[in-house]
Design a protein. Sequence first.
Length: 420
Amino acid sequence: MDSTAPTSTGPKRHALIFIFITVVIDVLGLGMVIPVLPKLVEAFSGGDTSQAARMLALFGTAWALMQFLFSPLLGMLSDRFGRRPVILVSCLGLGLDYVLMALAPNLSWLFVGRLISGITAANFATAGAYIADSTPPSKRAAGYGVIGAGFGVGFVIGPAVGGLLGAVDPRLPFWVAAALALANFAYGLLVLPESLPRAQRTAKLVWSRANPIGALKLLRSHSELTGLAAVYFLFHLAHQVFMNTFVLYASYRFGWDIRQVGWALTAVGVCGIVVQGGLVRQAVKRLGERPTLLLGLSFGTVGLALWASATTPTLFWIGLPLISLMGLFGPSAQGLMTRHVGASEQGRLQGANASIMGITGVVGPSLFNLTFAYFIAPNPLRAVWPGAPFWLSCCLVLVGLLIALQVTRRSAAPARRSVA
């Protein structure tokens, strides 16, 4: 065994804590920027709100595109050189990038900073591979649940902290995010061991696999893996409705102001933490990965239907627990997918999954926002239908559920398979 690999419970525990903190800081930094980035872009645009809106759309698409392009590369590099250097360099790069954005003198430099942020934040794929290395197959879903909980913590705390700091100075959130990322880099130097032994690393870099298309070919290596990848895509595309349309929808449908929307998003984040951080582990332990996956998609279908048809805030709050239980899907799906590739390809698998999420991040904003805009625009030929984007999201999850029912019944406990 490689001498750098974790060999005891203590080092593994500290390493997994570091991975959790890394995810929290990555998402926290992104969340802290959310309240202040529009104001900075608007200021750089001469106060032209319309121009700022167009630039923000470009910023968001470019960030997702960087995730799509670079996640497979970082995953493959981690398969070749180990997880530790890739994760640490990403943490360092993210910290320095926040410094760049804090000092950005114009819109062009701020845009460059967002491009770099999309690249460095692509270390989610390597963090997922670290979990696969450090936990047995039966416990991987719980490990991915911890990562999901990290996302929840970051999204709950980040916007609130960013709003408070931004009220002092719009650039202050960038400085605080930089300090957190650089401190985490220093912490990782001390506590993060390598999780992938040298004997299990790929012998050489295959650049044809480092691009998104090459990485996605891995998902065709097994029929169940291909089916799960399709469900993974549909799930994350459906999830884009929350990130892109929820604020507009809640304001239009319920007349909520910023404070009420903020409380609703906080409630969503807290419920997500409970599901990802605790319920996933118990559900997989008691039911297994396949039933947990199917339950997550089933709850999501019902919850989205409730939100789509909610005419009062009461129905919204009733649907919230069901929407939150949709979080059972992600960790159990990843746990099943890791069983179909060998140890030397876990990084490549996570890179492919991150590319899938990147694709949905490119497509989702236009798909759901344009759907919402179309169905609330006055038209004598049809009724106003504000719930349309959530019905679309509901249908995507339902289709994913039907696919998952078919592809996962073929093998209850698939063995891992190495792909040439």
